[in-house]
Structures are given as C-alpha cells and as structure tokens.
Design a protein around this ligand. Structure first.
Ligand SMILES: Cc1cc2nc3c(=O)[nH]c(=O)nc-3n(C[C@H](O)[C@H](O)[C@H](O)COP(=O)(O)O)c2cc1C
Length: 188
C-alpha cells in the first residue's frame, strides 16, 4: 500500500481494512464479497461461506440468510461470531470478531428484501427448512406466499489486519471501545 508520512501507519491500516470491507460489496468481483463466518454450535465451531451484502458506516457487516438455518440458531444462543476475509492478490487477511444481531425490524427487513435479485428470492422460500435430509431432489419445493428471509448484522469489536510481505509481515489488532478504535502491532 502507499504510505502517507503525515498519517500514522496504524491509522492507514485501519482505514485500508475498513475500505476493503466496503469494497467487498461495492466493487464487482472483489474477493471480500464472500467471507467465512464462524459461529458456536453446542460449544463447537461451525463455519460456512456467506455473501457480504453491506458494510455499514460503523463497519458492521450485513449478510442475508434463512431464519431456519443452523447459523441463526447458533447466533440466538451465542451472538459471538467471527468473520474472515482473504484478498489473494494483496495477501491480506482481515479477521472481524463481533456480536451478531438478527434483524427483526419489519421495515429494515423489507428494505433489505428489495435488494435481493428476483431470481434469488426463492432461496428463502423452501417448504422444508435448509439442512433437512431429503430422499431425492424433487423434495425441494418452494412456497410462493411465504419467505424466511433474515438479514443479520455483525457489529465488530475487533478487526485484525494481517498482510504477508517482505521484508516484514504486518499484523495489527484493532479493538473498539465504544466508537473509538485503538490499534496494537502484533508479532506476525
Ligand atoms: C459461494 C457461496 C455463498 C453463500 N452465501 C450464503 C449466504 O449469503 N447466506 C447463507 O445463508 N448461506 C450462504 N451460503 C450457504 C452456506 O455456506 C451454508 O451452506 C448454509 O447457509 C447453511 O449453513 P448453516 O447450516 O451453518 O447455517 C453460501 C454458499 C456458497 C458456496
């Protein structure tokens, strides 16, 4: 990355991390469009890929899911979660740890629902809950009247930046205290 002498390095790295998290949904084909979300299921880690739909002004991350999925059940029991993003060209990894909030406000749900492509809306309308064992693929049927769309917001309390590069790798842990972020360099 370009460095600007007047701005401390830690601030530049935090800004870069936040910017890339916005680019993830705003820029076509950006590698942060998909991230791995880890939740806790009965004390065990469980991970899956999800699409980054929106990064809010406070760096909260929004993804969409079906409210009947295991991840929603996990987050209702334990809202702690972790999201990992990887940019292969920059060799940049961003790990976000946060608290998930299942969005239940009807107006907010409607606003997010309008952003879902028509062809994708059916993904949230299966008659059987996602993950239900089925004997054959014909068992997957859709309900035209009802959906189980569920936007989820991850409110971050830490963002860890790691970039592999020569001569020295760069690793910084940013922690949020109310609205302020403080950064600490770590041994990479
Ligand atoms: C490329 C890709 C993108 C995905 N995006 C989402 C997504 O945005 N939301 C979602 O709920 N599942 C998404 N999935 C499916 C999840 O990875 C997962 O299989 C599913 O949500 C069930 O997870 P759970 O049982 O742990 O809740 C995606 C899968 C792939 C391969």
């Amino acid at each position: 990355m370009k460095t600007t002498k007047s701005i401390p390095l830690k601030n530049q790295l935090l800004e870069e991390a936040k910017r890339e998290l916005v680019n993830g949904h705003a820029k076509k084909r950006h590698p942060f469009r998909y991230f791995t979300l880890a939740t806790i299921e009965n004390g065990e880690p469980r991970q899956r890929t999800v699409v980054l739909r929106k990064t809010l002004i406070d760096s909260s991350l929004v993804f969409y899911t079906d409210k009947r999925t295991q991840k929603v059940e996990d987050l209702l029991h334990n809202a702690s979660c972790s999201a990992i993003f990887y940019h292969p060209k920059k060799l940049l990894q961003i790990r976000v740890c946060g608290t998930a909030e299942i969005i239940t406000n009807k107006e907010q749900i409607a606003t997010y629902w309008h952003t879902v492509q028509e062809a994708s809306k059916k993904d949230y309308t299966t008659n059987l809950a996602p993950g239900t064992p089925i004997k054959n693929l014909d068992a997957v049927t859709y309900n035209k009247k009802e959906n189980h769309f569920c936007p989820v917001k991850i409110i971050p309390y830490s963002i860890e930046y790691l970039q592999l590069k020569r001569p020295n790798h760069l690793r910084v842990l940013f922690s949020r205290d109310d609205k302020d972020w403080t950064g600490a360099f770590l041994v990479p």
